[in-house]
Design a protein around this ligand. Structure first.
Ligand code: FAQ
Length: 328
């Protein structure tokens, strides 16, 4: 549990001190008017830095997020599910490509981003550091983690940075297919045999807390929300997204006769807000800093993929290299 104070670093808002006040005002006025900022437009260094951080982490989350579901492709029950899951995993990797390209427009190279992921310097979503023991864990991700991602991303797609918003528009369209597929998988288990129902319930019990963490720390502990909301990079705060998710999906989970492992979860009729047990934020902090159940495994897989793909990159960059067989 958090015990007051900020678990995270303090924001670096004083970095704005060095910016030209006239340009800064014009920039903020443009954002206020709802204009999109494009790569060659003037922007404060802090806006650039924050966008790179957030888009890069988002890209890493997609590429790492493909792993816990990816391991189920060969074990998915039946040909239809295998085909759908394969397409979904492929989409997630495609999302990473779109997002790395959007981040590159801000001046950080893809190679540097991948190096920072593999070395553990960059963060990625907490939730992909948990194991998918059963098929139901995989179904939980496809339905409810995708649902959480959509809540966040449909909001941010209306934000201020053009390349990120355009990438998010396309990503959300694909995510909505994933959501339907995931919901279908969960309905199948929830309305199946007692063993299938039990398996689904156990998955919810395992994943609920990481899913509450997924939306980020409570607003009072969030480091970046104030700046990012001001510049319309985040169009909703962490708590607002968490509330919206609870509003949309708790009734759907209950509708299936499944339960949520939080005895305090209820909607307050007066405030219209969901009340819940505060998840363990110390656990969250451990996981996002590299000490979750699967962090080492996830990064090791990416490292091997990087090493195995080295010859392809060499060949692409140096057409005369030994890897290229000359055309006759
Ligand atoms: N995991 O000040 P805040 C997906 C860090 S895509 C890890 O509140 P912010 C698709 C945060 O970075 C999922 N770290 O931060 C899919 C910061 O550390 P830093 C990813 C987290 O940026 C589905 C510190 O805590 N979505 O799932 C997390 O204002 C199924 C303080 O936090 C995005 O990336 C976390 N959950 O708000 C794929 C969307 N939360 O950098 C496969 C874009 C916070 O100072 C299968 N990102 N931290 O060292 C965002 O909207 C925001 O960055 C938040 C965090 C909301 C994630």
């Amino acid at each position: 549990m958090y015990g007051g104070g900020n678990l995270f670093e303090t924001p670096k808002l004083d970095e704005l001190r060095n910016e030209d006040p006239i340009k800064l005002k014009e920039f903020e006025d443009r954002i206020e008017r709802g204009e999109k900022i494009e790569p060659n437009d003037w922007m404060p260094a802090l806006y650039r830095k924050q966008l790179i951080r957030m888009i890069e982490q988002h890209a890493h989350s997609e590429i790492i997020g493909a792993l816990p579901e990816g391991t189920w492709i060969t074990r998915a029950p039946g040909f239809k599910r295998k085909m759908s899951l394969m397409a979904k995993v492929q989409d997630e990797v495609g999302h990473a490509q779109l997002l790395y390209s959007a981040a590159e427009t801000l001046g950080k190279s893809r190679e540097q981003m991948i190096d920072d992921l593999i070395s553990g310097k960059s963060k990625y979503s907490n939730i992909f550091n948990y194991p998918t023991f059963t098929w139901a864990d995989c179904c939980f991700i496809s339905w409810l983690v995708d649902a959480g991602a959509i809540v966040n991303q449909t909001a941010n797609a209306r934000g201020s940075y053009g390349p990120y918003c355009r990438a998010l528009d396309r990503i959300c369209a694909e995510e909505s297919f994933h959501l339907k597929y995931g919901h279908h998988c969960v309905i199948h288990l929830a309305t199946g045999t007692p063993k299938q129902r039990k398996m689904m319930q156990e998955a919810i019990d395992r994943w609920w807390e990481p899913l509450m963490h997924f939306f980020g720390p409570p607003d009072k502990l969030s480091v970046h929300t104030e700046t990012l909301v001001k510049w319309k990079v985040k169009m909703a705060t962490n708590d607002e997204n968490r509330q919206q998710f609870l509003d949309m999906y708790v009734p759907k989970i209950w509708e299936l006769g499944l339960t949520i492992p939080d005895p305090n979860l209820k909607k307050n009729a007066e405030t219209g807000l969901w009340e819940y047990t505060e998840p363990d934020w110390a656990e969250f902090k451990r996981v996002i800093n590299g000490d979750g159940p699967c962090n080492k495994e996830r990064l090791a897989v990416r490292r091997v993929a990087e090493e195995r793909g080295e010859w392809v990159r060499q060949a692409m960059l140096a057409p005369q290299s030994k890897y290229v067989v000359p055309l006759a």
